[in-house]
Design a protein around this ligand. Structure first.
Ligand code: PEP
Ligand code: MG
Length: 325
């Protein structure tokens, strides 16, 4: 089985009818980039930068961050590397930030909320990412965007970072795309509006499902509610993809769902452009994609989204797509 999967590591990600989608990897730092390459990633769909900030007593400097981003950009010279700005808070703490104790950390001071409040920290990171963008195809992604004001405020800090680099004569990529994660339900519902001002979306199903289902993703007792195949969740995902495409934007997914073989036929059918997952899942995803007809999956998705339960939806996919089971 392993050797058959191995043959899919290096082949382009195409469906049986020749539609190209991008299979990218999620990484937590430069240490994961080699595995992403050997696993067959066509780029990095999610570079989680918080690990650079964790397990230490001081903030990483601009120079440290720049080097960590540049290494990865250079390893994927012509392929996209989506660097997500700091997503700290929630369950992830930093000793040197002395974050407030909160009753509901996942509904609290985290990610872009913290970055817009701690502009010093955000500006440093954006400068580091911009500098790395001179060495590859780097894209910037903001996590946990809830409304368009946050996107605008973040872009204002980004413009400041660019102005500083310009004044200092420091190079950065000329057309760095700036996208947002869709993981807050209200952002998903307003995807058509956000698509007017974001270059791309990446759907973060780990958080999106948690917030849509009102079910803590860490709470074992209610784990059965963490269900990406819930028809409400799937319909929002479809809405996000359609809204983005209507504005000419591409849509990826970097939550766990993107590497789920039962989900892939549905996501392909809904028109998802990029699937980002752990490097170990890429070969199997590519092997599956080769067997799927994109037009057939469109039909499958529209039928599946009329079903009433997650279980029925999964069983429907399995019955229609033998390669999944
Ligand atoms: C997500 O929420 O789906 C996601 C990819 O982000 P994280 O798991 O880092 O919160
Ligand atoms: Mg998330």
């Amino acid at each position: 089985r392993r050797s058959r999967l191995q043959t899919y590591v290096s082949r382009a990600s195409e469906t049986a009818d020749g539609k190209h989608v991008e299979l990218a990897a999620n990484i937590g730092g430069p240490q994961d980039a080699q595995a992403a390459r050997t696993g067959g990633a066509e780029g990095i769909g999610l570079y989680r930068t918080e690990f650079l900030y964790m397990g230490r007593d001081t903030m990483p400097t601009e120079e440290e961050q720049f080097l960590a981003y540049k290494i990865v950009a250079e390893m994927f010279p012509s392929q996209p590397v989506v660097i997500r700005t700091l997503d700290i808070g929630g369950d992830k703490e930093l000793p040197y930030l002395s974050l407030p104790k909160e009753a509901n950390p996942f509904l609290g001071y985290r990610a872009i909320r913290l970055c817009l409040d701690r502009k010093d920290l955000f500006l440093t990171q954006l400068r580091a990412i911009l500098r790395a963008s001179a060495f590859g195809n780097v894209k910037i992604m903001y996590p946990m965007i809830s409304n368009i004001e946050e996107l605008r405020q973040a872009n204002a800090v980004l413009a400041e970072a660019k102005a500083e680099l310009d004044a200092e004569g420091i190079a950065y990529g000329p057309d760095v795309e700036v996208g947002i994660m869709i993981e807050v339900p209200a952002a998903g519902m307003a995807a058509d509006q956000l698509a007017s001002e974001a270059d791309f979306f990446s759907i973060g199903t780990n958080d999106l499902v948690q917030y849509m289902m009102a079910a803590d993703r860490m709470n074992e007792t209610i784990a059965h509610l963490s269900e990406p195949f819930n028809p409400g969740v799937l319909r929002l995902i479809r809405h996000v993809i359609q809204s983005a495409h209507a504005k000419g934007r591409w849509v990826g997914m970097c939550g766990e769902m993107a590497g789920n073989v039962t989900a892939i036929p549905l996501l392909l059918g809904m028109g998802l452009d990029e699937f980002s997952m752990g490097a170990g899942s890429i070969a199997a995803a590519r092997g599956l994609l080769h067997k799927l007809d994109s037009e057939e999956m469109k039909q499958l998705a529209s039928e599946a989204l009329e079903l009433y339960t997650a279980e029925e939806i999964k069983q429907y996919v399995i019955s229609r797509v033998p390669a999944v089971s």
